[in-house]
Design a protein around this ligand. Structure first.
Ligand code: GLY
Length: 439
């Protein structure tokens, strides 16, 4: 069996590792925008190219004669790589371009949910000019508002009132900027509560959830500083401590309803990952957004505890037989922390070495924006390494990963608070306070 993996982040590294572990003993072919030392070590061949260059990816898949592809990031999905591969008879874990709009266009899911009258969405409007923007923002004065570019922004384009935008003039300036670049902006009601990621394997008919994860996007301890691609994340052995079972089943129901609505509207099965960013509020679970791929760092939390053979899951997605695959996870807690170059994200250093040789065995290391040269790992300006701890409790998993992070040598930093008892307790208390206001 030959499998193509497209991508070179830490998420792609763990996907490659999990596929390689399969009882089917596949050969891995990797298409990357930059070398990832972890992937190169495992892959039998690789190609470097632009991740939105569909022709180059298709050409590589054809020459390698791969059986199927796993598309890790959103960029190739938005460029139509799944359609391109299908044209040469290669199926993918990842949606076709039209359905990848689930992530690539922020208006797609809002308009779909409105059309099919699905619960869990906010009040929203989509604007292609500034006309009516001021009035709509004023109408959301009780809840606050969220500004979302209607396109891909690497997770850094969303602005929330009271956090990133503090006046009507700032909001209008940002809307003007976004409309000039993306053509449209989505403005939504702001929700108050605790966010969680629920990633699901989806074959267009069946939804298999992975454990819920909480991600931390802010750069610094205490959830302060600018947004990043994600500084770390945690999951519990039996769910997230601030969630009720019903929160997760309600989020699952939204994913099922959206998957069915996509089939009804477009007549195509969504095949791949539906990663819902949800928020538990006093009025129940609401959908913030969907991504059409696994989360990064969330992929590290869930795949480290996946018991089922990932190749069997991929085949279930592709063949539409996911309902017959027993998707199981170890009942273990996980904490993932990203090591980033100092200055990240605003003024990151680039070209420094990072040394992981002292990291104890217990902490798993996944490579992100790191290159290997003459036996040394060199960081570029983005997130460098994802370290993961697994244990019976979040608290113990945090201790494992924290010890690993302390042993990384180089001009780096990370968030020491992710997964600590203090931070998790803060989430539990916040959620209790939010629910206290329940009607
Ligand atoms: N965890 C954020 C993302 O993957 O988009």
């Amino acid at each position: 069996m030959k499998i193509l993996v497209v991508g070179n982040s830490a998420r792609a590294h763990i996907i490659v590792e999990m596929l390689k572990k399969s009882r089917h003993e596949p050969e891995i072919f990797a298409f990357m925008s930059a070398k990832n030392p972890g992937i190169i070590k495992v892959a039998c061949d690789y190609e470097i190219g632009k991740l939105d260059c569909v022709d180059a990816i298709v050409e590589f898949a054809k020459s390698a004669e791969v059986d199927f592809a796993f598309i890790s990031p959103e960029l190739p999905l938005s460029a139509g790589v799944v359609d391109g591969l299908a044209s040469i008879g290669v199926s993918s874990v990842g949606p076709v371009k039209e359905l990848a709009d689930l992530e690539c266009s922020k208006s797609f899911v809002r308009e779909l949910m409105e059309e099919y009258d699905l619960p869990g969405g906010p009040q929203f409007k989509v604007f292609g000019s500034l006309e009516g923007v001021r009035e709509f923002i004023e109408s959301l004065s009780d809840t606050g508002y969220v500004l979302k570019p209607d396109g891909l922004t690497g997770g850094k384009g969303v602005k929330v009132s009271g956090e990133h935008v503090n006046s009507m003039e700032d909001a209008l300036d940002y809307c003007r900027e976004v409309i000039a670049v993306h053509g449209r902006i989505v403005i939504e009601e702001k929700f108050v509560g605790e966010e969680f990621s629920l990633q699901s394997f989806v074959d267009g008919k069946t939804v298999c959830d992975m454990p819920a994860v909480q991600d931390h996007k802010r750069a610094f301890n205490g959830d302060t500083g600018p947004n990043t691609g994600g500084m770390g994340s945690y999951s519990g052995a039996r769910g997230l401590p601030f969630l009720k079972q019903k929160d997760v089943s309600d989020a699952h129901a939204i994913t099922v309803a959206v998957m069915n609505a996509m089939f009804e509207k477009y007549g195509k099965y969504y095949k791949g990952i539906m990663y819902g960013g949800f928020i538990a509020t006093k009025d129940g679970v609401k959908l913030i957004e969907y991504n059409a791929r696994m989360g990064d760092p969330e992929a590290m939390n869930v795949l480290t505890v996946l018991k089922t053979d990932l190749v069997d899951i991929c085949r279930g997605i592709i063949d539409g037989t996911l309902s017959s695959v027993d998707v199981e996870f170890d009942a273990k807690a996980t904490v993932c922390k990203y090591i980033v170059p100092s200055g990240y994200p605003d003024n990151p250093r680039s070209g420094d070495t990072v040394d992981v040789s002292g990291v104890p065995q217990g902490a798993k290391v996944y490579f992100a924006s790191v290159n290997e040269m003459e036996g040394k790992f060199i960081m570029s300006s983005s997130r460098a390494l994802a370290l993961v701890g697994v244990a019976d409790t979040i608290s113990d998993a945090e201790k494992v990963v924290e010890e690993g992070c302390r042993q990384v040598r180089g001009d780096v930093r990370y968030r020491s608070d992710i997964g600590t008892d203090a931070l998790v307790e803060k989430r539990v208390l916040h959620m209790r306070e939010v629910r206290g206001g329940a009607k």
